[in-house]
Design a protein around this ligand. Structure first.
Ligand code: GLU
Length: 277
């Protein structure tokens, strides 16, 4: 089972289209199923009209999926149940530090990639044997996952090859639930991939570091991690990664200009042919 997981924060552009085309081609070539999941947890950035637009644009591109789409906001109770399991296992701690606190106190340099964040300073952690306060019905503090310091994590990515990282050195304690009472992307994604039966994740290489975090969560939840294929990002003429503000490359714009979806797909196949099988 593969998946398409757009975030409804803007129009889909050719970068998303290429990744989704690859995920679709992988699933269909293998005779597998494919689900569509809208990652709509970020209430400040997500807008409902982008959900409908993503589906329309994907269909225009010639992609299909199996069953009704999932929306993460409708699956909140699943994420809360996972949070409670992680909490009961003693793997979480509440964190009152701000982003700025973490940035200023973090000694380790960080690469500044989009899914990268400074390593959480160990001095900010409560002692391991300190009892965590109750989660409470409504959450108003950030909760973080305590990573196993010094543990070497490895996986072989189907496209990017062997990956290794050391927990606590390359990435630190990360958010699982936000103080505005919403689950983090890492938690929601891990829970969905496990519970919806996803066996292969195809996505952009900007999420490689997130994969290690998600694998730790999956392990703590007793779930098997899917296989991963992280694709190189599409860049614009200046070499910058595409963002949703690159309207010129939005599928809507291409469509309005009379672009041919078959030609677009053929272009992706030519570019990514070697990643398909
Ligand atoms: N919705 C995420 C994004 O658009 C992708 C999540 C994923 O593939 O895990 O960046």
């Amino acid at each position: 089972m593969g998946r398409l997981a757009p975030s409804p924060t803007g129009w889909l552009h050719v970068g998303h289209a290429r990744t989704f085309w690859a995920a679709h081609a992988r699933a269909r070539t293998a005779g597998g199923r494919l689900l569509l999941r809208h990652d709509d947890l970020d209430q400040d950035r997500c807008r409902p009209e982008f959900i409908a637009a993503a589906e329309e644009d994907l269909r225009w591109l010639g992609l299909d999926w199996d069953g009704p789409p999932f929306v993460q906001t409708a699956r909140r109770s699943r994420y809360r149940a996972a949070l409670e399991r992680l909490y009961a296992a003693g793997l979480l701690f509440p964190c009152v530090r701000t982003r700025r606190d973490v940035l200023e106190a973090s000694s380790a340099p960080h690469e500044g990639g989009p899914d990268d964040e400074p390593v959480y300073p160990p001095a900010f952690r409560p002692p391991e044997d300190a009892a965590a306060p109750p989660l409470g019905e409504r959450i108003s503090v950030n909760w973080r996952f305590r990573v196993p310091d010094g543990r070497e994590l490895r996986f072989v990515d189907g496209v990017a090859g062997p990956q290794t990282a050391v927990a606590g050195r390359d990435f630190g304690d990360f958010l699982v639930w936000r103080k505005d009472d919403t689950p983090s992307y890492q938690l929601a994604c891990a829970v969905d991939d496990a519970e919806l039966g996803v066996t292969e994740v195809v996505r952009g290489e900007d999420l490689l570091r997130s994969t290690l975090r998600q694998q730790l969560l999956l392990e703590a939840l007793g779930a098997t991690a899917p296989r991963y294929r992280h694709l190189p990002l599409v860049r614009d003429a200046q070499g910058a990664r595409l963002a949703k503000r690159h309207d010129a490359l939005a599928l809507r714009t291409l469509r309005a200009r009379g672009a041919d979806p078959a030609a677009l797909r053929a272009g992706f196949a030519a570019e990514l042919g070697e990643h398909r099988e």
